[in-house]
Design a protein around this ligand. Structure first.
Ligand SMILES: [Zn+2]
Length: 72
């Protein structure tokens, strides 16, 4: 069974319908990062994480394997 993926910001796991952004192949809840529309760099508070390619966020189940997120 796959290991649960966790948001690097809040250390919580992902529910199947959580919006996720991917930054340098790391996963974050969309709500845990601040997204600036200038090329879409993601920040936690003032800390720059990097550029993201899916600034609109995608649902966890679209990105993660089954078992890596919480089912309802
Ligand atoms: Zn989070």
């Amino acid at each position: 069974m796959a290991e649960k993926e966790k948001c690097l910001a809040c250390k919580d796991g992902f529910n199947w319908d959580d919006d996720i952004v991917v930054v340098d192949e790391e996963l974050y809840h969309k709500d845990c990062v601040t997204l600036y529309p200038t090329g879409y760099y993601a920040f936690i508070d003032e800390e720059l994480l990097g550029e993201t390619d899916n600034e609109d966020g995608q649902m966890a189940f679209e990105i993660l394997e089954e078992g890596e997120y919480e089912e309802d």
